[in-house]
Design a protein around this ligand. Sequence first.
Ligand code: DOR
Length: 445
Amino acid sequence: MREILIQNAQLVNEGLVSQKDILVQGDTIEKISNHIAPKGDELCIDATGLHLLPGWIDDQVHFREPGLTHKATIASESRAAVAGGITSFLEMPNTQPQTTTQAALEDKLRTAKKNSIANYGFLFGGTNDNLEDIKTFDTQRAAGLKLFLGSSTGNMLVDDEQVLRNIFSSTDLPIAVHCEDEKTIRKNLEEYIAQFGDDIPIEKHPKIRSETACYLSSSRAIALAKSTGARLHVFHLSTAKETALFSNELPITEKKITAEVCVHHLWFSEEDYAEKGTAIKWNPAVKKTTDRDALWQALNEDRIDVLATDHAPHTWEEKQNPYTKAPSGGPLVQHAYPALLTAVNQAKITLEKLVEKACHNPALLFRIQNRGFIREGYYADLVLVDLKKKFKVTQDNLLYKCGWSPFEGTTFEGSVVKTFVNGNLVYNEGEIIESALGKRLTFDR
Ligand code: DOR
């Protein structure tokens, strides 16, 4: 059986950083020890000076397949993901067709099996009229449910109160929600259109997709989860005000209400709109520096549980439209760990906390089997990173199908050196290695 011995790594796992050797046998971690003597026939990797992290489990990506493959494909974006240290992803249902039936889910699983270099899972989409599908789909085959409580790419708004109550009462799966109050957004948008027409200055985006819109919707979802007992996961928090809605009193395994924050809301602020324009137009919007600071604080205080990307590529041409027609979203997976390693170097978060939020917690929250931790017997989804190696984002090192990044020109203070998925080296110092495809994530249910 294929064996890899990683020696002298600074292993970051379960709240500790310690020097270890790790023996990988086939697709799993065979042994973790202070010293493992090589036998001679294994591939030995000297990781002196490097940190070994679990692969990031990104619980929110949009890989656009089927139906929107001019923007991205599972093949292209999964390769960008492993280059960014993401070894597993959960993909969203706002494709064409939407993932709102068992058949559509199976179709995505088939496509991923043939094309994904990373491990894959999908969220099943809820709509105003697919309650029967939600009640009957095979819950072993999807990671959870996704509801858009504010409209975004893909027309999946669920705004019928009774339907929402029925959905929340109908499943024990995690219900991941996009929270922005539609009425507030529409009213704000109408006011700005009256003033500017379609070409609203991008700086107004956080005034349209406002703090109030986020807060109203998040608090309503939380109230509904409390009254129905649903397992709620609020995606991409973007405001200081919302962070107060979440508590740190219970460990993640006991929480019924959790929150996620995304790389872009931790990196950018409204001061960046002038330079970046619609490249940083996201739903929810990037907001004030004070919001960004509060998101960091809530993450470090465990009121926010999960770090993700909300990778949502659109073509550069689409993004150049005037405000009302420029789609929201941007590609991020390739720069997830580099951005966060930079934050580690800037003392915004510790490596241990980063690994907890990006790897351990998504695995615990979605009950993903045998991943998210560096443990004997677990899958060898591993990332070697160099905290001292700088990495500049340029056009020619991008792997996204859309060919652009909101980080172009940025130099990160930290790099992904090697990525292993199920014990296979799939990324090595700038190169994708087509050694093996990823596996379907499985869940403890
Ligand atoms: O900015 C966003 N883009 N937010 C979302 O919720 C959806 C995403 C997309 O799919 O384009």
